[in-house]
Design a binder for this molecule. Structure first.
Ligand SMILES: CC(=O)N[C@H]1[C@@H](OP(=O)(O)OP(=O)(O)OC[C@H]2O[C@@H](n3ccc(=O)[nH]c3=O)[C@H](O)[C@@H]2O)O[C@H](CO)[C@@H](O)[C@@H]1O[C@H](C)C(=O)N[C@@H](C)C(=O)N[C@H](CCC(=O)N[C@@H](CCC[C@@H](N)C(=O)O)C(=O)O)C(=O)O
Ligand SMILES: Nc1ncnc2c1ncn2[C@@H]1O[C@H](COP(=O)(O)OP(=O)(O)OP(=O)(O)O)[C@@H](O)[C@H]1O
Ligand SMILES: C[C@@H](N)C(=O)N[C@H](C)C(=O)O
Length: 455
């Protein structure tokens, strides 16, 4: 971006000291640890208050800052815009910048598959448009405005991931970006602790349509009755993807192995599609992305090409070579029952001359039924396929109990969350070069620490 402070102050409808009017901002940052020279610093509150880091911001090259009125430590003689609430100002500035750049907006949500679908959509649209996509998993009330403000002036399409774990969050994000296309990948159990039922998760996910333009489109998983029921109330056009005869984009002839998944699509029966990743469930993500590409009239041959070589954000079923030559399937960004069962089943079919070893971390935010949901993973763990299991976290102890009749004590290990180092050490001694290792656990369990010990 390139905006004068005078323009930013006008967008925020606040006063500005005249001498600072021509200061030019080229980016916006809420974290001095990654702030780039030329940035407008936006102090936000986490465990600490971002205002404490103003000196770091200045030394790292910030040219101006937002500053909440009444805050101590005001940086005298440093360009600042005084606001009531810096987070609200960040969101308001994002809204202004979005209108200024005026891209088409594709908003993506769902219990699983948001990031994967976002990456696929960006790859497909990138064949013919200047695309800005969400960085990593920046998908909330901070991440979305930061993504908007990170757009280049020539951005034609904004592909934005939207996450939520409470009612009202997607409502706010949707009204902020006013999507032309909204995508709901699926309804699972992620964050069910805060909703109680999948039914209520579906209600929350439908909030993504609250800002959807009247001539916009909702693209959703037609295999999900919780969605097919709810979309009937919409005035906007709807498009479905999935595995039903009636779906606009239906997956066919799906063949998946550890490195790639090939499939066909009902709309283009003569085209062979391939995604360079394990897991037939990822075909639904690809179908959602193809639905978006079709809306933008991307030629199918370009969509085939884009999907065959797209770059997936790290730690989503990513194969990594371990120290001993083993292959590690890293799925450590997050976990919930649907995702865990699906990746366990896909991993169980991966070819190997050695053992398949599974490391499962707790699935967080599952609420009152968490323990039984953890035990329920047993249905996806076949002792004929999985030779050794390492479990990490309080609720995974339920799964250990459930598996004791299938695995003996040399094959089944449970550790507390804080014992990851010990888990990694024992695991290291079990691993042989031909083995495959799956790592899957919630963000808060931080299995990436085990991954780091193995690589
Ligand atoms: C407010 C904030 O910036 N938090 C980030 C900060 O967290 P922390 O509490 O450690 O901040 P501090 O107390 O250390 O610092 C306070 C502020 O000062 C800044 N600062 C600090 C030190 C310094 O030297 N310089 C500084 O400028 C600092 O940046 C703070 O602003 O740091 C963490 C580590 O980097 C960040 O992780 C944290 O970011 C939070 C989590 C955040 O929301 N970041 C967004 C950009 C984002 O989108 N993050 C996503 C994850 C989003 C997510 O969880 N999505 C959910 C669904 C939505 C749930 C919603 N209810 C919610 O609460 O988010 C999902 O399921 O996907 C990501 O990073 O992946
Ligand atoms: N369509 C899908 N259905 C079920 N599980 C999926 C699907 N897509 C991905 N997954 C599983 O969810 C994991 C996370 O995928 P991805 O990061 O794309 O989802 P996400 O919705 O962004 O997740 P999070 O909200 O945790 O960031 C994958 O590694 C895989 O295990
Ligand atoms: C990424 C974050 N919002 C999230 O989903 N957290 C899970 C539940 C966790 O803390 O593991």
């Amino acid at each position: 971006m390139k905006m004068r402070l005078a323009e930013i102050a006008k967008a925020l409808q606040v006063d500005l000291t005249e001498e600072w009017a021509d200061v030019v901002v080229t980016s916006v940052s809420f974290d001095t640890r990654s702030l780039q020279p030329g940035a407008l610093f936006v102090p936000l509150r986490g465990e600490h208050d971002g205002h404490e880091y103003i000196k770091n911001a200045i030394s790292n090259g910030a040219v101006a800052t937002l500053w909440e009125e009444g805050h101590e430590g005001t940086p005298e003689n440093f360009p600042r815009i005084t606001v009531t609430d810096s987070l609200a100002a960040l969101q308001k500035l994002a809204k202004y910048y979005l209108y200024k750049i005026n891209p088409k907006v594709v908003a993506i949500t769902g219990s699983n598959g948001k990031t994967t679908t976002k990456d696929m959509v960006a790859a497909i649209l990138g064949e013919q448009f200047n695309v800005k996509k969400t960085h990593a998993n920046f998908n909330n009330y901070i991440g979305v405005p930061i993504t908007v403000l990170d757009m280049e002036p020539n951005t034609e399409v904004l592909v934005i991931e939207m996450g939520m774990d409470h009612f009202g969050e997607l409502d706010g994000l949707s009204r902020l970006v006013e999507p032309d296309i909204a995508v709901i990948t699926m309804i699972g159990e992620a964050h069910i602790e805060f909703f109680g039922t999948r039914d209520k998760i579906a209600d929350a996910k439908m909030e993504i349509t609250h800002g959807l333009k009247e001539d916009g489109v909702l693209i959703f998983n037609g295999d999900e009755p919780l969605l097919t029921q709810r979309v009937k109330k919409l005035t906007q056009e709807t498009v479905t993807f999935g595995n039903r005869e009636s779906d606009n984009f239906r997956g066919l002839n799906i063949v998946s192995n550890e490195n790639k998944t090939s499939f066909r699509v009902s709309k283009w029966p003569d085209e062979n599609f391939m995604i360079p990743m394990i897991g037939s469930y990822n075909v639904n993500n690809a179908l959602a992305a193809l639905s978006v590409g079709d809306y933008f009239r991307i030629p199918v041959k370009l969509m085939v090409k884009a999907l065959s070589s797209f770059t997936l954000t790290k730690n989503r079923t990513e194969w990594i070579r371990g120290k001993q030559g083993e292959k590690i399937l890293s799925d450590v960004y997050n976990s919930n029952p649907t995702a865990a069962k699906l990746v366990l089943k896909a991993f169980s079919e991966a070819k190997t001359a050695g053992k398949r070893i599974v490391v499962l971390g707790d699935m967080l935010q599952l609420g009152e039924h968490s323990k039984e949901m953890h035990a329920g993973l047993a249905e996806a763990i076949d002792p004929q396929k999985i030779k050794e299991i390492f479990l990490c976290g309080n609720d995974m102890e339920q799964l250990e109990e459930k598996l004791k009749d299938k695995f003996d004590s040399t094959q089944l290990h449970w550790y507390k969350t804080e014992e990851k180092k010990k888990l990694a050490s024992v695991l290291q001694n079990e691993i042989e070069p031909e083995d495959l290792v799956l790592l899957k656990g919630s963000h808060g369990i931080h299995l990436e620490q085990v991954l780091n010990d193995l690589t």
